[in-house]
Design a binder for this molecule. Structure first.
Ligand code: EPU
Length: 328
């Protein structure tokens, strides 16, 4: 096992936060995982897995073994009468995988195009965009249980998916996702019932929807290669219908259980914090929910900005914002 000491993770997280790992290792084969777990126990260093690093806030110094997940591979596992069943390795780039399914004439994932990160990270926060989420297509995944030392298969029920939520967030670090299997229905219609897609013609190909989604994202969200960011930094808060009615003018989205989802971006903008800067950290000037690194920011800078935003939103609206990216 090739361990690298004092590994610079600045280029391995999309926020571009300055961060070093005490030790790092590339995982491109699941058979090294038992030895890696033993190494973690023997050294007393916790083991953290990183995919695309697109939903994490990294400390400046990680006293840990950071495993960079690179297990690749994608295939059509089988065709049923109704679905194409596709499997991809955890280290595959999510957008490339989506583009491949569409090039192979298996539409369905186009609304989820352009989301940064890896296939293996997708179930952890049940990625979603433009009216679709991973759980709509999810069939199963394989994960290595670091405690039990066995590979386990999880079906959708085991994963307990919710809005940006899954079982894997409640037991962080225990399971290493190795591969994900999705079921893409053969009967396909474009999903256009979402702001920004509702003007698309009914006769449109999945490839055209994909291109439109990518362009839409580019018009709203900064490219992390240019301006470090981790997408939405807070969940959209879900509040009671009464509470939502108190906030005049707020966009609100009714939930099946009678509660209302509000837009965190709107709440932050109302506090005058769109395009706001605090040191090298700031909110994006075209979308207040995205925290950006203007250059050289650390976790401390991001934490100070996030605390400021939460306080302003709490004072003005009495709404508690919950951070989306995971702290490592
Ligand atoms: N808004 C503002 N000001 C802002 C930003 C947004 O008023 O600065 C308003 C918009 O005008 C709109 C509403 O807030 O009325 C919602 O904004 P948007 O459509 O941009 O979506 P969002 O709720 O901010 C969510 C996801 C995104 C996903 C988009 C599109 C969450 C936390 N975020 O953002 O996911 O791409 O919808 O489906 O659910 C991510 O999770 O990292 C992510 C980027």
């Amino acid at each position: 096992m090739d361990m690298i000491s004092d590994f610079d993770l600045t280029g391995s997280n999309t926020m571009g936060l300055k961060s070093f790992a005490r030790r790092a290792v590339i995982v491109d084969d699941p058979t090294i995982l038992p030895a890696l777990a033993r190494e973690s126990a023997a050294s007393g260093l916790p083991l953290y897995f990183l995919g695309g690093g697109s939903n994490v806030v990294l400390r400046e110094r990680l006293e840990a073994i950071v495993a960079l997940m690179r297990i690749g591979g994608r295939k059509v596992a089988r065709q049923t009468d109704t679905h194409s069943i596709v499997t991809a390795g955890a280290g595959e780039n999510w957008h490339d995988f989506v583009a491949w399914t569409i090039a192979e004439d298996m539409p369905g994932l186009e609304n989820l195009a352009g989301i940064p990160g890896t296939v293996g990270a997708a179930p952890i926060q049940n990625i979603g965009a433009y009216g679709a989420q991973l759980s709509d297509f999810f069939l199963s995944l394989e994960a290595y249980d670091l405690q039990g030392g066995v590979v386990r298969t999880f079906d959708a029920q085991d994963c307990r998916f919710g809005y940006r939520q899954s079982h894997f967030k409640t037991e962080p670090g225990r399971h290493v996702i190795l591969s994900v299997t999705l079921a893409l229905p053969r009967a396909w219609r474009p999903k256009r019932d979402y702001a920004g897609l509702d003007q698309l013609p009914e006769q449109i190909s999945a490839r055209e929807v994909l291109d439109h989604v990518v362009a839409l994202r580019a018009s709203k969200l900064p490219d992390w290669r240019v301006l470090g960011n981790a997408g939405s930094f807070f969940h959209n808060p879900v509040v009671s219908a009464e509470k939502a009615a108190e906030i005049a003018g707020a966009p609100r989205y009714p939930q099946p259980d009678g509660t209302m989802k509000l837009s965190a971006g709107w709440l932050i903008e109302q506090c005058g914090l769109k395009g706001f800067r605090l040191g090298p950290a700031g909110t994006y000037d075209r979308h207040a929910l995205v925290l950006v690194n203007h250059g050289g920011a650390t976790r401390t800078d991001i934490a100070a900005l996030a605390a400021h935003i939460r306080e302003k939103v709490r004072d003005r609206f009495d709404v508690e914002l919950v951070q989306e990216p995971i702290e490592l």
